[in-house]
Design a protein around this ligand. Structure first.
Ligand code: SER
Length: 389
């Protein structure tokens, strides 16, 4: 089952249950949102979760591209990506959590053919502010799905402030033995679908107030579900990475981890540029710059002649098409090349400055600050250059 088929099955299932499909937004959240990038399908919907009527009603479904830098260190493992697509559903003050969980259970088992014996749920166990989520617990018990109760792992917030609430997550067993242990006890349980009972708003002082309506917000990572349904072990083996796997290893001979990071970071950089972001030293532009510098460092580590200028056009075009972006592939290529040149100049300057006698010993925090503030050399770059020599 390829990703297009999964998307169609998902969207049609919820359309048959009264949901209207909304168009996904860009990676840039609406003004006033406390996050830099859309990290979840709910961000563009924040005003409606807070009570504004949505023009398409109270039941919505969509596919939203998301970017998460919190997982950057985990990218390269089997399940994390920087940019990914999230299939989402919303009840804007309409139906409640148990119905959402029941639909989720039925779609996974009856619609997508997952063996119910491979599922595990987690449910919010309660704390001093909000009690145990008994409605979700009872639903899972009725369906015969084992449940683990947690506190922090089952509370979802969209950012430091804003909508939040207890959630119930559905995990799928990926081990080759029969299922054992629980989601927090064995990482062969992989989270596939999160259902958030989004009923509160967190204020700047950390306190919680009820939202004007009781919402349900669900999100399911498309590439992760595809990897599980397609029987692969890593997201990089699913169909969306097919052109990357076909073209890049022949161009750049890299080890598997370096290839995965290159696929992920370059694909993410193309999408971010396609959404109008340009490299910069702060904010969104800095995230883009970091992604590109990480790729360039990997590529040029054992061959300084490797250049983003060799990146096949097909990969830029495939990525923009996949994310339904209108951007011009030539503009994307120019941005990549300009950033590569800039990084090259910075490296050259960095090497010259680091060769100075006063910087020969081990570098302390003062040296790192001086190199950053006076010469514009970021800490990571200095440490990389030092490890070269
Ligand atoms: N907002 C929740 C999440 O990102 C569910 O959509 O997991």
């Amino acid at each position: 089952m390829n990703t297009d088929h999964i998307v169609r099955t998902f969207v049609e299932y919820f359309e048959e249950r009264g949901h209207r499909r909304i168009t996904g937004s860009t990676l840039l959240p609406p003004p006033g949102n406390p996050v830099l990038f859309t990290t979840s399908g709910m961000h563009p919907l924040t005003p409606y979760l807070e009570g504004h009527p949505h023009p398409l009603g109270r039941r919505l479904v969509n596919v939203q591209r998301c970017l998460r830098t919190t997982d950057l260190e985990e990218v390269g493992d089997n399940t994390h990506l920087t940019v990914f697509e999230m299939l989402g559903t919303w009840s804007l003050g309409d139906y409640e959590g148990p119905l959402s969980l029941d639909w989720g259970y039925r779609l996974l088992t009856e619609g997508l053919g997952i063996n119910p014996g491979l599922l595990h749920a987690t449910v919010f166990g309660g704390d001093d502010r909000t009690g145990l989520d008994t409605a979700s617990l009872e639903l899972w018990q009725e369906r015969g799905v084992p449940v683990e109760l947690t506190v922090e792992d089952n509370w979802w917030s969209s950012g430091p402030t804003g909508p939040c609430g207890p959630d119930s997550e559905i995990f799928l067993w990926t081990g080759s033995t029969p299922p054992e242990s629980t989601p927090t006890g064995d990482d062969r349980w992989v989270e596939v679908w999160n259902h958030v009972m989004m009923r509160y708003r967190r204020l700047t002082d950390g306190s919680l107030v009820p939202l004007p309506q009781r919402n349900v917000d669900t999100g399911l990572g498309l590439e992760r579900l595809a990897l599980l349904l397609q029987g692969h072990t890593s997201v990089f083996e699913c169909d969306v990475f097919e052109p990357w796997r076909r073209l890049l290893p022949a161009l750049w001979q890299l080890d598997e981890l370096s290839l995965r990071l290159t696929y992920d970071h370059l694909r993410s950089a193309i999408v971010v540029i396609g959404d109008g972001v340009r490299p910069a030293n702060t904010g969104r532009g800095y995230v883009l710059r970091r992604l590109l510098r990480r790729v360039l460092t990997i590529l040029q580590r054992d061959d300084p002649r490797r250049s983003l200028g060799d990146l096949p056009d097909e990969l830029v075009e495939h990525t923009l098409d996949h994310f339904r972006q209108e951007g011009d592939p030539d503009v994307v290529r120019q941005v990549l090349l300009e950033e590569e040149r800039r990084f090259g100049r910075l490296l050259q300057r960095g090497r010259q400055i680091l060769a100075r006698p006063r910087l020969q010993g081990p570098l302390g925090d003062d040296d790192l600050h001086y190199l950053h503030d006076t010469h514009g050399l970021p800490r990571d770059l200095v440490l990389n250059l030092r490890s070269e020599g």
